[in-house]
Design a protein around this ligand. Structure first.
Ligand code: FPP
Length: 247
């Protein structure tokens, strides 16, 4: 039984291993991403049913453009497929979607599908499902600093003493209050046995608990997700302070 009072408020997932899953079956890589999308659908509903407030998945990084045109376009086509098949279920489950990243340079049909996804779920107040798309953590920080510079520049011109705080930078991240206002992730999961962050939520993950599993993303199930969340509820988070029992 999961202690509902200790649930992570925000879970991030690095969905890794689609390519290896496809290779094991001698299928094209895009088929692995398609299977990955199926796994993602189940985790969204599981997170919503568990009462998790925010879920963020890493769907396409700023570095993923280095992959073949066929694979990149295959992932973008999946977005259209996802919207066509899932929109109603997302609305029925009161899921609110955000995109973290710049998606305007994607193919036109993907941009239109995303716009529809955002506008149709904008009023929903259940799970916030954030899709990191054309997202890079360092790129996000650079964009935030540029936006902050524009804000502070005006103050400086008016002779106001300029101070820059962590909150100032946080505010302009995609997750910040100037954008989607999503709290930092409590738990970040990466599948497929790789143990690194790969430019995912680099600022926001400063105090996140990390969990890794050898399961390839298309094989990741709601049961395994629930087990990891349950494990999280037993972790002792100190945020640089001391353990409660040592005080
Ligand atoms: C990493 O596996 C996975 C990706 C780069 C893409 C993830 C995309 C999806 C699950 C589909 C998302 C769909 C929507 C609608 C947002 P990999 O290809 O790096 O796997 P490998 O390390 O085994 O090669």
């Amino acid at each position: 039984m999961i202690d509902k009072n200790k649930l992570p408020v925000h879970v991030g997932i690095i969905m890794d291993g689609n390519g290896r899953w496809a290779k094991q079956r001698m299928l094209p890589r895009v088929m692995g991403h398609n299977a990955g999308m199926e796994a993602m659908k189940k985790i969204v509903i599981a997170a919503s049913n568990m009462g998790i407030k925010h879920l963020t998945v890493y769907a396409f990084s700023t570095e993923n453009w280095k992959r073949s045109v066929e694979e990149v376009n295959g992932i973008f086509k999946l977005i259209v497929k996802y919207v066509n098949s899932e929109l109603q279920e997302l609305i029925d489950n009161n899921v609110h979607i955000n995109i973290l990243g710049e998606y305007d340079m994607l193919p036109q049909d993907s941009v239109e599908a995303i716009d529809k996804l955002l506008s149709s779920t904008a009023g929903d107040d259940g799970l916030t499902f954030n899709i990191a798309l054309n997202y890079g953590g360092r790129d996000e920080i650079v964009k935030a600093v540029r936006a902050l510079y524009e804000e502070k520049k005006n103050q400086e011109e008016q002779g106001v003493f300029i101070e820059i705080t962590e909150d100032d930078i946080s505010r302009y991240l995609y997750t910040g209050s100037a954008n989607h206002d999503i709290p930092d992730p409590d738990l970040i999961i990466r599948t497929s046995g790789e143990e690194r962050m790969s430019n995912f939520l680099v600022w926001q993950a400063a105090y996140s608990e990390l969990m890794f599993t050898d399961t390839l993303w298309p094989d990741f199930t709601a049961e395994e997700f629930e087990q990891m969340v349950e494990k999280f509820t037993h972790r002792n988070r100190r945020f640089g302070g001391r353990k409660e029992e040592d005080k």
